[in-house]
Design a protein around this ligand. Structure first.
Ligand code: TRP
Ligand code: ZN
Length: 865
């Protein structure tokens, strides 16, 4: 059957709903292959119109349908692909719909499905419509009461949103539970979980004294690894009270960990559902990156309770209203829990790695897109990461006070509503008394602005004039762009590293840092009392998501690396130097960069996490993005040769760090993680020197998963013959733990070894490879295509064929997963004709498949366009 409406949805077509549902009572009789869902909704017409009631529904078997107790005759309604239409309903009525569904055979992992023999749901964005016929749109908000019935021995735990109202036994070994959520919500926030779990419990007392029972439910045997998630949850609840005055609003907050999950986690009201990879962690099985991600995502989903749930989105075009804002809140949480400057650099790295490429290719879209076919395809780095940057810029432009007032006004005035970006920005206009029309361009225009900066020092007048201009290239569907306000954070140092203060007009104080906003295409900022010719940094803290052309000399960048007071600028200076060496653009000499990195090692004790970041050169994806006609093999070689030079020069010291014994007992703290990060960075550089005993020993002596994975990666990258032996030991030790075996797959797929294509083909045929488990699929496919660009873009097209063929196989099982696997093709047009033709052939083959899902078809067509 062909998919329902194969049409494009447009923001400009938005119409408020003709009908609303205030309340829904759901009864689930849970059986793996035949679950019966009885839904009773209180429906009312919302306007004067007497249009038919059009309910969404997919993959449903209708059992019965009645209005106010009377079954509908066959001429009173019709069923079309994707919807059920009731031709002339009354103005207000009780709607009873009974459907039958089969969770056990639902491989889409959307709607109600089974994972490891347990029932769970994923309803965002449009999954509720495969549970029952409903007004499945976020501006229809209802109070949900949910009764779950199931076999008690097989499904002893029954969970849904809100508070538990009632539970008890039923005949025939069955039991039930009733959950009532007092807060009206859109259907995408509905959730249920049922099965055998083990759980840990704790309590949080809110600032006003409400006691909240916290629970984390995991597969039996996994509770010893759930403690860090619980600890993160309590810290997140406290932080939201302190940072945003947001308090939790139910008596329970539950999290369930699920092994088969399409994304990271989901913010269902009072019942967050998580990919188990973002809950389970201990020293032996999780890396520091995993701990960090758990803290961040537990925070993220919790913060959605206010930014997403109490204030939700009017329609899916407003997705960034909840996601961008929640990413921003999550990043601030992590910054406060760990190191603010290190967090900022990591956030920038992630933005550049994922979002800049998206913005520069055929999939570029605005933070608020204006059309889509499947909204699942727009859960992107642009909506999330750039959406977070937009909030950060808003704060920089308005200042801390006005930003805080705007946020509080938003929470107070929009609570309980389904809102738009205009509603949100309106709160900041009101709070600040400023117009923000031009700021809206950040939401409307795709593409990364290029910022050009040139300085002019007048020694006799002691003035410095800074000319700044912005340019935004055309992106698909947006040929002409307008300038958007770009916040700048400007500071000067002297060539010998002294901080230079200066004045701006209208301010009598001499300052060491200035905030400014580039409102137009270009502007000149003038600084006075500048005592010597300065080295300028203009986007300190990465004050805006732009690329920067600042014309600094290599000597100036070396001075910044050593002395700029802003850690981001120090890190960035080193990255820029390394990039220009690797791209063959001249600039600093290898030995100067090496010496500068040596100085980072000298002061590594002050902040090992920062030193670790400084020692990591820009990766191959970044080099590909910054070069006009990228040759992946050449770029790889030039990156390796710089790494070799650095490792040779710093060898003794790197070896010393690489040989330090892992700390016991293990601590997941940011400080301890920073020391391990430095060790991992040292191993990574040493790998450039080829196989060595240091690398082999590092694996054998690893005290934590962080060290084991770092050593494994280094053995792989060094082409060491000990790689396979280490992999065999690793597999043997961890074969019972799927999350660790994911790392085993990823370590091989992401390794830049010469034989990686043969390896990934073998891994695809491995008994433990599982097309139905998204984590496992990503541990092979995403690790390969995103972390191993040289192999993915191999000139013979094998990498492209591998990814496309995997997506083709997965598409009928899990369209959302298959579609997202294809994102690495977003860069295909940047390469030479031969590579392009291989990529085109692979994509066109997919496009030619008649049964291809709507998700995957949209991705393929946009990528080819
Ligand atoms: N709203 C989730 C988050 O960012 C994302 C998410 C989880 C999701 N599962 C999904 C989005 C399924 C689309 C489809 O917190
Ligand atoms: Zn989110």
């Amino acid at each position: 059957m062909r998919d329902a409406e194969n049409v494009t949805v447009r923001l400009s077509d938005y119409q408020p709903p003709d009908y609303l549902i205030d309340e829904i009572a759901l009864v689930f009789s849970l059986e793996p292959k035949a679950t019966i869902v009885a839904a009773r909704s209180h429906v009312r017409r919302s306007g004067a119109s007497t249009s038919p009631l059009v309910l969404n529904g997919e993959r449903l078997e209708l059992q019965s349908i009645a209005i106010d107790g009377a079954a509908l005759a066959s001429d009173q309604f019709s069923i079309e692909p994707g919807r059920l239409i009731i031709h002339s309903p009354p103005a207000s009525f009780l709607l009873d719909v009974v459907t039958r569904i089969s969770p056990a055979t639902n491989t889409h992992l959307e709607g109600l499905y089974m994972s490891g023999g347990r029932f769970c749901t994923q309803c965002e964005a449009e999954g509720f419509r495969s549970i029952t016929y409903y007004l499945d749109r976020p501006d229809v908000m209802a109070r949900f009461a949910v009764r779950l019935e199931a076999d008690k021995a097989s499904y002893p735990t029954l969970l849904s949103n809100g508070n538990l109202a009632e539970s008890g036994d039923l005949p025939d070994g069955r039991h039930f539970a009733v959950w009532v959520d007092p807060h009206p919500k859109p259907a995408y926030l509905f959730a249920l979980c049922a099965g055998k779990y083990e759980s840990i419990h704790d309590q949080f007392v809110t600032q006003s004294g409400r006691k909240v029972a916290l629970g984390i439910y995991v597969d039996p045997g996994d509770t010893p690894r759930a403690g860090y998630a619980m600890d993160s949850l309590k810290r997140a609840m406290k932080w939201d009270e302190e940072a945003f005055k947001r308090e939790y609003d139910l008596d329970v907050f539950n999290i369930v960990a699920v092994r088969d999950f399409n994304f990271g986690a989901m913010e269902n009201k009072g019942l967050n559902i998580f990919n188990s990879s973002l809950i389970l962690a201990d020293a032996d099985t999780a890396t520091d990156a995993d701990f960090e991600a758990i803290e961040a995502v537990v925070g993220h989903e919790y913060f959605h309770n206010w930014t997403g749930n109490r204030i939700t989105c009017r329609d899916w075009f407003q997705l960034c209203l909840k996601e961008g804002l929640t990413v921003y809140r999550e990043q601030e949480f992590s910054a406060d829990q760990r190191s603010r400057p290190v967090q900022r650099i990591k956030d920038v790295k992630r933005l550049r790695a994922r979002q800049f490429g998206e913005d520069a290719g055929p999939l570029a879209h605005a933070v608020r897109p204006s059309s889509y076919q499947k909204i699942d395809n727009f859960y992107t780095a642009t909506v999330y990461e750039k959406g977070g940057e937009v909030i950060r810029m808003l704060k920089r432009i308005l200042g801390e006070d006005a930003f805080t007032r705007g946020m509080q006004l938003y929470f107070e005035s929009r609570d309980g509503t389904a809102s738009t970006i205009e509603d949100f920005i309106g709160c900041f206009e009101e709070a600040s008394g400023r117009k923000l029309d031009s700021f809206m361009r950040w939401y409307e225009q795709a593409g990364t602005p290029a910022l050009k900066v040139r300085g002019d020092y007048d020694a006799s007048a002691r003035t410095y004039r800074l000319h700044v201009s912005q340019r935004l290239s055309a992106t698909p569907g947006q040929p002409h762009k307008l300038p958007a306000p770009i916040p700048l954070q400007i500071g000067f140092i002297s060539p010998d590293g002294a901080i230079i203060a200066s004045k701006v007009e209208g301010d009598n104080l001499s300052r060491t840092e200035h905030r400014a906003v580039l409102e137009d295409t270009e502007a000149t900022f003038e600084f006075s009392d500048v005592l010597e010719k300065p080295i300028v940094s203009v986007v300190r803290g990465f004050s805006a998501p732009v690329t920067l052309d600042d014309d600094l000399t290599p000597e100036a960048r070396l001075a910044q690396m050593a002395h700029d007071p802003d850690p981001f600028t120090r890190w960035e200076a080193g990255q820029t130097l390394a990039r220009s060496i690797m791209l063959g653009e001249g600039g600093a000499s290898v030995s100067e960069l090496t010496m500068a990195l040596g100085r980072e090692l000298d002061r590594a004790q002050e902040d090992p996490a920062f030193a670790a970041l400084a020692l990591r050169l820009p990766d191959l994806n970044e080099l590909i993005l910054s070069s006009s006609s990228p040759d992946p093999d050449k770029l790889f070689q030039s990156r390796e040769s710089l790494r070799r030079a650095i490792a040779t020069a710093l060898r003794d010291r790197l070896e010393g760090i690489a040989k330090t014994r892992g700390e016991t007992p293990f601590s997941p703290s940011a400080e301890a993680a920073g020391r391990r990060a430095l060790k991992s960075a040292a191993l990574d550089l040493l790998a450039a020197l080829g196989p060595s005993q240091t690398l082999t020993d590092a694996y054998d002596n690893a005290q934590s998963m962080t060290e084991a994975v770092a050593a494994l990666d280094a053995l792989g990258a060094s082409e060491s013959p000990a790689f396979d032996e280490a992999l065999a030991k690793f597999y043997d030790r961890w074969k019972a733990n799927p999350l660790v075996i994911d790392k085993w797959f990823a370590a091989q797929a992401s390794s830049p070894r010469h034989d990686v294509l043969a390896r990934v083909e073998r891994l695809r045929a491995h008994a433990e490879f599982n097309l139905k488990n998204p984590n496992r699929v990503r541990s092979l496919a995403a690790a390969f295509a995103m972390r191993n660009p040289r192999a993915f873009h191999s000139a013979n097209g094998d990498g492209y064929r591998f990814l496309a063929s995997l997506a083709e196989t997965i598409d009928p099982l899990n369209p959302a997963l298959a579609a997202r696997l294809l994102t690495p093709f977003e860069s295909w047009k940047r390469f030479d004709a031969q590579r392009q033709s291989h990529a085109r052939t692979a994509l066109e083959h997919l496009a030619s498949l008649p049964q291809l899902s709507k998700n995957t078809r949209e991705m393929v067509e946009r990528t080819l366009a």
